[in-house]
Design a protein around this ligand. Structure first.
Ligand code: PRX
Length: 656
């Protein structure tokens, strides 16, 4: 692999492995290695047998239609209801009294919701949405804090055969509006606010601002507002309704109807290499099959005894697949926590694990590193002995964080599953299976059964062991993105144009001598900040929208805690008088946060007089990245002006 794909470091720790304990292996859901072979020999038969574990209102006969690649159809002649699979099915099986959600609000309020109660609430909400005009084929935007109503709203929308578009509560009015417009959502479900870091973080005013943008006219007819924080908000007559006022008028009888397997389930926007976020479309049965299978296998879920907790927000794919659909389809008992790990102090997560006896814990490396920084003396004050499986997602987990996670949180014995996947893949694609795999810190390791992952060279040929290349997926998989909402061509161009018959994930990877896969990060202009995807182009375009900015270049620089951090280089307009270079850093950080959301706020903004460009005018971001990381900038001979980089690099070194 060439330099532009990132450097391949040889990992001295490659020899370090942790086989499953005999006790774990004996009791594991998957402990027969022949599953890999069976699935590889006939992946369609494997996925069909997994799909049959769901409840179908009309059984499928056709497994996969790949006659019009890259548009896959799975189980397309079958019908089911996703929401009924997550709810009614368990109640009918006599599991109504099982706790579905242990909710822990940030201020300390709690709710325990059984499967019977959750089912009733979703049925009530489905009746409410029906009378508000929601029906199959519609889109509903959800802009909510992490409270049970967020899950209820998603399942109620799904129950009606409509599609939800959940927008992370940290996104700005602009970002929310762009997503509402793209999906043409007619209803927004929100809350007055949520609790974050000990404060009320208002949401409804952002919805108001979003809907007032661009002269006001939007596709939205109604806004349903859950009361969570009690902050003062405005309710627009004829448009806005309180959830609690409405829902009490509906009963909890609702017969779920089956919908075709390929009925859209949700759109979730994610950053790509251009400024415009992509609406990733997922459909029903294939998605539900793969999220439930992987949730059961990768986490070794025992639904009658485990207490599962995934810390992801429902605004991200991890929240969709491993808070809502996977766990609920499997009848799991789970914890949902509203707030941040440091509120009121860094013991909060560990106190929740102790309180509910959490057995399976799934979080991101950035959070683990933040906890490491605070120190092991904090988790050591809590009884974490219930933990038996740990999961990691969002970015490669560095071996040091891996070992700390296992030792301090997992009592030195819990297997860690490092799960590689994407918004587009819908479900886990690469991960150890804890009853089978000898774990290697830092490596995501093996494709899931029935998944054909490859590391290839630029021509699409598999690289030899010990080599690096690009990560691709050869055969369609059930929870695969079906298209980019409203833009089939962009779907083809983004993922399929490069190799034709292989899905290109955008990640670099290396295969080691045992065939295990090590992820090396993105090879495109997508950054990974705290496990979240951000596009350099999107932040650059937000910066140049500021009146004082002439030009901007953004890079993801390595960061000890967040994996990567946003570092921006801007040229101010020569005639402008709005901003002094001294005031620019704070102002532009604020500007980006207001335009996109706080997650996109740059760590640093540097005002420069020139940007390094090739003779053809392309900004050399790679050089800026090196400079932002304090590295030697190396060869600059392809630059139009070779002195630019020297000036920037000297400045950066002075600041670091
Ligand atoms: O670069 C990979 C990284 O996150 C990207 C997907 O981001 P997103 O769609 O936001 O989904 C994140 C949660 C599934 C990937 O292209 N990534 C995700 N998980 C891992 C990872 N990189 C390395 N190891 C992982 N376990």
């Amino acid at each position: 692999m060439s330099d532009e794909h990132g450097t391949i470091e040889s990992h001295p720790l490659q020899g370090e492995t942790y086989p499953p304990s005999p006790e774990f292996r004996d009791r594991a859901n998957v402990n027969d290695p022949s599953v890999y072979l069976r699935a590889a020999e006939d992946p369609e038969a494997y996925w069909a047998s997994e799909a049959e574990k769901l409840q179908w209102t009309k059984p499928f006969e056709e497994i996969l239609d790949w006659s019009n690649p890259p548009f896959a159809k799975w189980f397309q002649d079958g019908e089911l209801n996703v929401s009924a699979n997550c709810l009614d099915r368990h109640v009918a099986a006599g599991l109504g009294d099982r706790v579905a959600i242990h909710f822990e609000g940030e201020p300390g309020d709690t709710r325990t919701i059984t499967y019977a109660e959750l089912t009733s609430e979703v049925k009530r909400a489905a009746n409410m949405l029906t009378s508000l005009g929601v029906s199959a084929g519609d889109r509903v935007a959800i802009y909510m804090p992490m409270i049970p109503e967020a899950v209820i709203a998603m399942l109620a929308v799904a129950r009606l055969g409509a599609a939800h578009s959940v927008v992370f509560g940290g996104f700005s009015a602009e970002s929310l509006r762009a997503r509402i417009d793209d999906a043409r959502a007619e209803l927004v479900i929100t809350a007055d606010g949520g609790y974050r870091k000990g404060r009320v973080s208002a949401l409804k005013p952002t919805v108001d601002d979003a809907l007032a943008l661009h002269g006001g006219g939007s596709s939205v007819e109604r806004v349903l507002v859950v009361k969570r924080t009690g902050n003062e908000i405005e309710m627009q007559a004829g448009r806005d309704l309180w959830w609690h006022d409405e829902i009490v008028t509906y009963d909890d009888q609702h017969q779920a109807q089956g919908f075709p397997a390929e009925n859209p389930l949700f759109i979730l926007y994610t950053s790509g290499t251009t400024g415009k976020p992509k609406g990733i479309l997922h459909t029903s049965a294939g998605y539900l099959t793969q999220v439930s299978t992987t949730h059961r296998n990768v986490f070794d879920l025992k639904p009658d005894t485990d207490v599962y907790w995934c810390t992801a927000d429902i605004g991200w794919i991890t929240g969709h697949s491993y808070v809502v659909y996977g766990p609920l389809a499997n009848g799991a008992t789970q914890v949902i926590y509203e707030g941040t790990p440091e509120t009121p102090d860094w013991g909060r997560w560990w106190s929740i694990i102790q309180k509910y006896g959490v057995t399976i814990f799934y979080t991101a490396p950035t959070a683990i590193r933040a906890c490491m920084k605070v120190g092991r003396q904090v988790p050591e004050q809590y009884d974490l002995s219930s933990i038996r499986v740990l999961g990691s997602v969002g970015e490669p987990i560095n071996p040091e964080a891996w070992r700390w996670y296992r030792e301090v949180i997992g009592a030195g014995s819990a297997p860690i599953v490092d799960t590689w996947w994407q918004t587009e893949t819908g479900a886990i694609m690469i991960s150890a299976l804890p009853g089978l795999t000898s774990l290697k810190p830092g490596s995501a390791q093996v494709p899931q059964p029935g998944i054909d992952v490859n590391v290839v060279d630029d021509a699409g040929n598999r690289v030899d062991r010990g080599q690096g290349g690009l990560l691709t997926i050869r055969r369609p998989w059930p929870s695969m993105v079906r298209t980019i909402w409203g833009d089939d061509q962009r779907f083809i161009d983004t993922y399929w144009a490069k190799f034709g018959d292989q899905y290109f994930a955008g990640d670099g990877a290396r295969v080691d001598d045992d065939g295990d896969i090590w992820l090396l990060g993105r090879v495109d202009d997508v950054m990974n900040v705290s496990g979240h995807r951000l596009s350099t182009a999107e932040i650059e375009s937000a910066l140049v929208e500021h009146h004082a900015v002439a030009e901007a270049a953004v890079v993801g620089a390595d960061d000890e805690t967040t994996g990567q951090a946003v570092v921006a280089f801007v040229i101010l307009k020569s005639q402008q008088t709005i901003l002094t270079p001294e005031a620019a850093e704070q102002e532009l950080k604020k500007h980006v946060a207001a335009q996109i959301g706080a997650i996109a706020r740059p760590r640093q903004v540097f005002v420069v007089t020139e940007l390094p460009k090739t003779r053809s005018g392309k900004i050399m971001r790679r050089l800026l990245k090196d400079a932002a990381e304090g590295k030697d900038i190396g060869d600059t001979t392809t630059l139009a002006d070779t002195s630019v980089m020297q000036t920037i690099s000297d400045r950066m070194r002075a600041e670091l």
